[in-house]
Write a new protein. Sequence first.
Length: 290
Amino acid sequence: MHHGPAVRRRKLGAELRRRRNLAGLTSGEAARLVGWHQSKVSRIETGRSGVRPADVERLLDAYDVRDEESRTLLAALCGQDAGVGGGGDAGRGWWHTYRDLLPPAYRDFISLEAGASHARTLETTVVPGLLQTADYARAVTRAALADLPQSRIDALVDVRMERQNVLHGDAPLNISAVLDEAVLRRPAGGPEVMKAQLRHLLEVMELPHVRLQVMTFAAGVHIGITGPFVIFSFPLIADLDVVVLDHLTSSLYLERKEDLRAYSDAFDTLRGHALSCEESSALIAQIADG
């Protein structure tokens, strides 16, 4: 069980080691090619040392990795301020603008989300952040962080809306979500806000990369009753899946193969017991019209 930056450093290091091996280089040979001491390459590969996007670019040049998608993703894994596109201010993630507002754990979660190709999520209490309307997000944020001034609540809502850009564009995030029925019935922000939120769910369910299923009360106590989680999967990199628990507070990141298998199996079980996407859509429409 680790915090996000450590997980990412280790995963990035392992992938850089794999790329070096594919290039047929020893760590000493790689170090000489980029003008470093061998210990720096070793520290990066074992995750003991952070690495800047520019350094990753140098290593990938040495390893003759020319695939732009791989290079972009590996650069994005460097750190919470090293968004897709490499180093410098221009390459930082959009969330860097909000660095004074967002705790490091949340910035780290957003950067993982931005680099992922697939997210599998169980929500038992609220609509997933990527599927929230602004009014619903404002109501939920105000309830969770009642002491914050309105300006900061508005900024957090802006962040949540910005996060939703991962659902659009040329390579959108695939999201598979299982929602407990309580999510649909727990009012937030009043009847009109809730009705608009449910209608928004129906709209996003039309997207080919959004799969949403409802776990009804009739299903009884289920494996997800212990709480929400997200499993991120990433393109191109082997063994990079990460499970995130309680990402809005003290995020915990699970990377062991046994943990990943357990949560992946749990999600498959949840999907098997939940309504189909079509049945879920019908239930959401029924509640919205009720």
